[in-house]
Write a protein that binds this ligand. Structure first.
Ligand code: SF4
Ligand code: SF4
Length: 135
């Protein structure tokens, strides 16, 4: 039994496709969706844990790649240290899933872990080290 945590990024044309259903049905894999952002006419992103026989897992991932799905390994989670955050908003435009968001009325920054796909883009732009990787 092999288990992988991965990020799947796919074009808006594939958003309506039952990708995880095919992994389960055709490749006998178990798919646990950890987080997901699927918005009409936008690229979709899913953070999933997939487990099954090694060969089935390889074949299932090849199937996804054949459809044009980008696959990245996910080895860690992101932590937001609210106490270090100065609400500067530098991270807001770079976050692709709006896991980091700002309330335009109060200008308060917030972090929604359920939307985070651990792409790590925010870490480099935060001048106050309020974001880091949790191993
Ligand atoms: S790692 Fe940072 S930039 Fe990427 S989705 Fe999570 S909060 Fe947003
Ligand atoms: S870049 Fe860092 S300090 Fe600025 S709002 Fe984002 S988390 Fe807070």
């Amino acid at each position: 039994m092999t288990k992988k945590r991965i990020v799947l990024t796919f074009s808006s044309a594939l958003v309506d496709q039952p990708l995880t259903y095919h992994l389960v049905k055709d490749y006998d894999l178990m798919v646990n969706i950890l987080r997901g952002v699927v918005t009409p006419n936008q690229p979709g992103r899913l953070v999933v844990e997939i487990s099954g026989k090694k060969k089935n897992l390889e074949d299932g991932l090849h199937y996804l790649e054949g459809l044009g799905v980008e696959i990245q390994s996910l080895a860690q989670d992101i932590r937001w240290h609210e106490d270090k955050c100065t609400q500067c908003t530098a991270c807001i435009p770079i976050c692709p899933t709006k896991a980091l968001n700002v309330n335009r009325d109060t200008m308060e920054v917030s972090y929604d872990k359920d939307r985070c796909i651990a792409c790590e883009l925010c870490i480099a732009v935060c001048p106050f080290k309020a974001l880091d990787i949790q191993f």
